[in-house]
Design a protein around this ligand. Structure first.
Ligand SMILES: Cc1ncc(COP(=O)(O)O)c(C=O)c1O
Length: 408
């Protein structure tokens, strides 16, 4: 069967919620993917950073296989010998005290919302049902009904109401707006240190430090969503470490599962998480030994292979190369570590076209918000691989410039 057949079949049985490129993948190894017809591609997308260690990393696959043969899912009706070691590693890396294991990123964010509200009522003394959480405009935290309620993207909300109340959005990167928005009923500020899905938006330097100060002064929990930015993506293990601050709560996911399975966490301060009691929350698959074994190996790999440092070094190289590209289409290159967003001028609407042309030449990435292309290779990408991807990107831009009449 060829690619066209798979695409046609998928379109019959899967609701049309994505707009994938016409590439049907079959195999992955390290930084590379192969389609059903055997064509090879460099992966600059890494499943929205979930494949930060590359595809089928042998150490991660080994951990998965070994644990699968031992014990995969006893549920949390019992203890297991994998959960505590995994949580200990995550706490040690983040500097937080304890947490709740879940599966997807959205579940970790939902957990954060529940914990923050409970703290608001039980510790801060907010009147019943009045707790407010402040978020940033253009955030992306997932797709549940509560999470889309505090999205500022109308497309995410349309026809899914009634929406969940209790959220307020302020411009990202604007500390004065945050300070002004806080009321006695504010229990938390939930924010991505770098906004990923919005187009890799890096806030002004010092933003998180100021946010930390404001939250502390106003007795508001600072909850960072590092589901996409965490585990080395930005050149530090966590993006908040660039500013030497400590959040009160942290959501993690994606790369934690080593690109093999879903696992997410909400981590926080002990005095906050101790408010969660039996029956207040849970998940059948959350904290399962299979995911925990892979997550432990993923965290070991990150530390032992110094992947955050590699991400910083390769990222600097990548961003320098991207910023040197002279193209009339490029409006801005943003990023940190191995995470870049290249924004094109609005009227060109060509991010998709660039991705399509790159895929023809064996490089995969995806547009976000029609004007931005993300570049997020595996953290262990080599300079040679990166150069191949960036060469293709440059070639494609030149090709489009030649083809179109709107070259300047
Ligand atoms: C910052 C952030 N938070 C939460 C999520 C949601 O994660 P999931 O798709 O695993 O639910 C994402 C996914 O892209 C994300 O980037």
């Amino acid at each position: 069967m060829n690619a066209k057949d798979y695409i046609a079949r998928e379109n019959v049985v899967c609701a049309n919620i994505y707009t994938p490129l016409s590439v049907v993948l079959h195999k992955g190894k390290g930084s590379w993917l192969w389609d059903v017809e055997g064509k090879k591609y460099l992966d600059l997308m890494t499943a929205y950073s979930a494949v930060s260690f590359g595809h089928s990393h042998p150490r991660l696959v080994k951990a998965l296989n070994e644990q699968a043969q031992l014990l995969a899912l006893p549920s949390r009706a019992f203890f297991s010998d994998q959960l505590a070691p995994m949580m200990e590693k995550a706490c040690a890396l983040s500097g937080l005290d304890m947490g709740i294991p879940m599966n997807t990123g959205a579940e970790a964010v939902e957990t954060a919302v529940k914990v923050a509200r409970r703290w608001g009522y039980q510790v801060k003394g907010i009147p019943e049902n009045k707790a407010e959480i402040i978020v940033a405009e253009n955030n992306f935290h997932g797709r549940t009904t509560t999470i889309i309620s505090f999205s500022t993207e109308q497309e995410y909300q349309k026809d899914f109401g009634p929406l969940t109340p209790g959220f307020k959005a302020v411009p990202f990167g604007d500390v004065q707006a945050l300070e002004k928005a806080i009321t006695p009923n504010t229990c938390a500020f939930l924010v991505e240190p770098i906004q990923g899905e919005a187009g890799i938006i890096v806030p002004p330097k010092g933003y998180l430090k100021e946010v930390r100060r404001i939250c502390t002064e106003n007795n508001v929990l600072l909850i960072l969503d590092e589901i996409q930015s965490g585990f080395g993506r930005t050149g530090k293990v966590f993006a908040f470490q660039h500013e030497g601050i400590q959040p009160d709560g942290l959501t993690l996911g994606k790369a934690l599962g080593g690109g093999l399975l879903p696992i997410s966490l909400f981590l926080g301060r002990r005095d906050v998480l101790s408010l969660m009691t039996p029956g207040s929350h849970g998940s059948t698959f959350g904290g399962n030994p299979l995911a925990c074994a892979v997550a432990q190996e993923a965290m070991d790999l990150l530390v032992e292979e110094k992947l955050a440092d590699h991400s910083a070094k390769m990222g600097t190289y990548m961003l320098e190369r991207l910023r040197k590209i002279k193209s009339p289409f490029i409006k801005e290159v943003r990023g940190m570590g191995l995470w870049a967003g290249i924004e094109f001028h609005e009227n060109h609407l060509m991010a998709r076209k660039v991705c399509e042309k790159m895929s023809e030449k064996g490089v995969l990435s995806k547009d976000t918000h029609t004007t931005v292309i993300r570049v997020a290779p595996p953290l262990n990408v080599t300079q040679e691989e990166l150069d191949f991807g960036l060469d293709v990107f440059e070639d494609v831009l030149k090709e489009i410039e030649k083809e179109t009449s709107y070259g300047f």
